[in-house]
Design a protein around this ligand. Structure first.
Ligand code: SF4
Ligand code: SF4
Length: 410
């Protein structure tokens, strides 16, 4: 046990932690909701670009955040297949919405990024090292499923021989303030994938919301350093053992309800995904008639891949100026739902929607395991919500499992 942990656990609950150099990693402190603004100020004073959830364009999205008042307090999101609607709820706290269309992917692996500049001088091309400096990112409101998505993208962009320089740069300085979910949407199935609803690792600070205050777990030395600076502005109170237990219990209750597929706080029951033997189930069913059936509904619109926090396909194009002497190399998101994505030798090897949907789902839930040692799905449910025709990955797998000659409806 860390010395500071002992202080936190044995101390009078009202004893401030001031004067001890800030709370230690692994300790918990209370942050009244009014401390969100000073927390944002500390991060910004440290030179970070702070991102947080905000209501915009009818959804909760990540945006630059300077004012705690811009957080979506009092809003919840109703989600289902092809359906997203914000609702005002006077009982809702700062983070009672769940995940929106944005994820950490939008910032670490942006949809469009300039990755090189080239100039032609005296008949030869030279690369110009003038890519803009980016401030370190701090993201507030990250969920357990998104931390899992980040860990998966880390394997993709950093885990092999080729390390992606832009992702690496942003990831190294990333500061994460996670939130433990208090409610689940009908599209959530993070309990099935083991990615939520609690944020278990990979954060600097993690908030569990209670009326008027947050129990804040310190997850890293950087998190402790930020709280030490916050403590210079506002007194911090250590959580007692029973208060920590109450915070953990809040997440456990939600997880149990999700496993039992119960309605939580009036919400429809969340979805679930049976992941047992899923790799072999999908590889054994490449000719299953369900692929043709889903293709009668799928528009090949690419939405599911764009909102998925782990999809990583991209394409690179070079854009010349009018003189032809300056070229910008740009990387942009691509999708396996487009014909061009599988174009080889002048033709697409996945010319049907059925083959493209099969590619996406089978790669996500089976091929990914072979490539990266993990499923590509965190159970965030975004692909279900943002599919315009409400195609549901959990329903498609269940339909294949139910009629698989290799899997007798397990
Ligand atoms: S496949 Fe769907 S549920 Fe799974 S991580 Fe991607 S968007 Fe989320
Ligand atoms: S599954 Fe839905 S979101 Fe994905 S490409 Fe098909 S229609 Fe679009």
């Amino acid at each position: 046990m860390h010395a500071d942990d002992r202080v936190v656990q044995d101390t009078d609950p009202l004893r401030p932690t001031q004067g001890r150099g800030g709370p230690a990693v692994g300790s918990w402190v209370w942050l009244p909701t009014e401390t969100l603004q000073p927390l944002i100020d500390v991060l910004r004073t440290d030179g970070m670009r702070v991102i947080g959830p905000q209501v915009a364009d009818g959804a909760v999205v990540y945006r630059d955040l300077a004012e705690a008042g811009d957080l979506p307090v009092g809003w919840i999101d109703e989600q289902d297949g092809g359906h997203y609607r914000l609702q005002h709820d006077p009982e809702a706290g700062f983070f009672d919405h769940v995940v929106g269309p944005h994820s950490l992917k939008n910032f670490l692996f942006p949809a469009r990024e300039t990755i090189g500049h080239f100039l032609r001088e005296d008949g030869t091309w030279r690369q110009v090292e003038d890519l803009p400096e980016e401030p370190p990112l701090a993201v507030i409101g990250v969920r357990g499923c998104d931390l899992a998505g980040l860990a998966i993208q880390d394997r993709v962009f950093l885990g092999g021989e080729a390390v992606d320089p832009g992702y690496h740069r942003r990831r190294e300085s990333l500061f994460l303030v996670a939130v433990n979910c208090r409610r689940a949407a009908a599209t959530c199935f993070c309990h099935s994938t083991g990615c939520g609803p609690a944020a278990s690792a990979g954060f600097d600070l993690c908030l569990t919301e209670f009326p008027g205050r947050f129990a804040c777990e310190v997850g890293s030395e950087r998190g402790a350093a930020v709280l030490a600076k916050l403590q210079e502005k506002v007194p911090l109170i250590a959580c007692t053992d029973s208060e920590r237990a109450a915070a953990a219990e809040q997440s456990e209750r939600l997880e149990q309800a999700m496993h039992a597929r119960q309605r939580v706080a009036g919400e429809p029951a969340p979805r679930s995904l049976n992941t047992e033997g899923i790799r072999d189930l999908l590889y054994d069913n490449l000719e299953h008639p369900r692929w043709e059936e889903v293709a009668t509904r799928c528009l090949s619109c690419t939405n599911c891949t764009l909102v998925c926090p782990t999809c990583f396909c991209s394409s690179v194009s070079e854009v010349a100026d009018l003189s032809g002497d300056a070229v910008q190399r740009e990387r942009h998101w691509a999708s396996c739902f487009t014909l061009d994505h599988a174009r080889m030798h002048g033709t697409s090897v996945r010319s049907s929607t059925a083959s493209r949907y099969r590619q996406w789902l089978t790669h996500k839930l089976a091929g990914w395991i072979d490539q990266f040692g993990t499923s590509g799905c965190t159970g965030c449910g975004r692909c279900i919500t943002w599919c315009p025709v409400g195609i549901d990955i959990t329903e498609e797998v269940a339909a294949i499992r139910a009629t698989s000659p290799h899997d007798e409806g397990a």
